[in-house]
Design a protein around this ligand. Structure first.
Ligand SMILES: Cc1cc2nc3c(=O)[nH]c(=O)nc-3n(C[C@H](O)[C@H](O)[C@H](O)COP(=O)(O)OP(=O)(O)OC[C@H]3O[C@@H](n4cnc5c(N)ncnc54)[C@H](O)[C@@H]3O)c2cc1C
Length: 435
């Protein structure tokens, strides 16, 4: 370590690292481990790696994921689930090829699952191909990463927020990573794995070199007319949700929707939030399995069973919870106490299959699972996640402009890009070309 005077202040310059990883989250930890794995398999000494983590704990986002169970990948990774499918496909193909070329044991066709399998994780598959640790706890995934990194001697600095990455002045000179407390770290390679909400509040001073989109939260609840949803707060309905713009359907999801005071939540809504903008209409089919004409049939059948004419409210009773019945009657502008007719049955059926809410935006940014935006993928080599214009600089995970639907796709992206960057960085340090 040495101290250098810069203007009036003093910068503490720490030793030279082979790789500095900015961010001790999913992608950064996978990157460091992949670099060490690669060195070990090639009979080389693992590189000198320092992980800088801005908070007082590594892997927090992993622990929060999948409701604390960590849906860490998916058995059916589909590039279409991502906002940039072509880039996603390139990266995933590169990952498969790199794993094959390295002769890595592939327990499954999914290279991310195989990676974790090599370090001891056992998982199980749930609905729609979602993979979770068998122990059903996200902490197991983090424990596996932490224990392996510890064995390889990877050092982690907590409460160490990086603020700026200065590129090497010459091809032989190192990168300089600036820390919030004024310290400087030198490194031969740098991996930015700081997630979607970089504490630096920017692009680490690289805006002029690397195109970067301002991040904004997606994959979260939607704000709609609170007047309609407030009385329904906390009610969950299994339904089909359609997102429409100017009368044209943009996306459709089936699943549980939870009404909130500010709007709607639930996985189906989270997925639709990736396409929604204010002014779009969310149409909920609250009884997707009821066939056309079912309400009129009910009206006739129930009136026969009860021996009397039904009210509009009674027509919906038994189909929906009372508070939802009230909301539907309001939306159809019908009096619940009035006798149901063929016409009101048809009106209520329309509401039942198309309960419409106008989107106002994201409902609660704190509940969003990812940020859209970040470094543009065009600037990076899909096989190495290395910046084309800045050799030795990698960006991985959510720091890149990539997000996906729920189902393990976002963590898959974080791990996959981290692994590719780690493998390549180690090979490059050893003077080996990447496959
Ligand atoms: C509640 C919730 C549940 C989720 N569930 C799932 C799920 O089940 N499946 C799934 O696929 N995805 C899920 N996600 C998304 C997933 O967690 C992210 O896509 C993934 O963690 C991104 O990985 P990353 O490494 O890019 O970033 P992160 O995991 O966010 O890690 C970034 C790390 O960098 C640190 N950092 C930030 N700035 C700096 C800085 N300047 N200097 C140093 N360190 C810095 C952060 O503190 C953090 O530790 C969920 C997200 C949330 C919020």
């Amino acid at each position: 370590m040495h101290i250098r005077a810069v203007g009036a202040a003093f910068d503490i310059i720490l030793g030279m690292e082979d790789i500095v990883v900015i961010g001790g989250g999913a992608s950064g930890l996978a990157c460091a481990l992949a670099a060490c794995e690669q060195a070990l398999r090639a009979g080389r000494t693992p590189p000198r790696i320092l992980i800088l983590e801005a908070t007082d704990k590594i892997g927090r986002p992993i622990l929060r994921s999948g409701n604390g169970r960590c849906n860490f990948t998916n058995a059916r990774i589909a590039p279409e689930a991502y906002n940039h499918p072509v880039h996603a496909e390139r990266v995933f193909t590169a990952l498969e090829e790199a794993a094959r070329a390295a002769g890595l044991p592939e327990e499954t066709p999914n290279p991310v699952a195989s990676f974790f399998g090599r370090f001891g994780l056992v998982w199980r598959e749930e609905s729609e191909g979602r993979l979770y640790p068998l122990a059903n706890k996200a902490s197991v995934v983090l424990d596996i990463l932490r224990a392996a990194l510890c064995r390889f001697g990877v050092r982690i600095r907590l409460d160490a927020a990086a603020t700026k990455v200065a590129l090497p002045r010459t091809p032989e000179s190192p990168f300089t990573v600036h820390l919030q407390d004024g310290e400087l770290v030198r490194a031969r390679r740098v991996v930015i794995a700081a997630g979607g909400t970089s504490n630096a509040g920017g692009a680490f001073g690289l805006e002029d070199v690397l195109p970067c989109q301002e991040p904004h939260p997606v994959l979260g609840p939607l704000a709609t007319e609170g007047r309609i949803t407030k009385p329904l707060d906390n009610i969950r309905v299994r339904c089909t949700a359609r997102l429409a713009r100017n009368g044209e359907e943009l996306a459709r999801e089936r699943g549980e929707v939870q009404f909130r005071t500010y709007g709607v939540s639930g996985i189906a809504v989270f997925n639709l939030s990736r396409a929604a903008v204010p002014g779009d209409v969310l149409q909920l089919d609250l009884a997707p399995d009821l066939p056309a004409g079912a309400m009129e049939q009910r009206r006739v059948q129930l009136a026969g069973a009860l021996g009397a004419a039904l009210t509009n409210a009674e027509l919906l009773q038994g189909v929906l919870l009372p508070r939802v019945v009230e909301a539907l009657l309001k939306a159809a502008q019908l009096d619940g106490a009035q006798a149901a007719t063929a016409q009101t049955a048809a009106q209520l059926e329309r509401q039942l299959h198309g309960f419409a809410l106008t989107v106002r935006g994201i409902g609660d940014a704190d509940l969003c699972q990812v940020m859209r935006g970040g470094f543009a993928l065009e600037a990076f080599n899909a096989r190495t996640l290395e910046a084309e214009c800045a050799p030795g600089l990698h960006v991985t995970g959510e720091a890149l402009d990539m997000d996906a639907a729920c189902g393990g796709f976002n963590l898959h992206w974080a791990f996959a890009t981290g692994m590719l960057a780690g493998w390549h960085a180690e090979r490059a340090l050893a003077g080996q070309a990447s496959c």
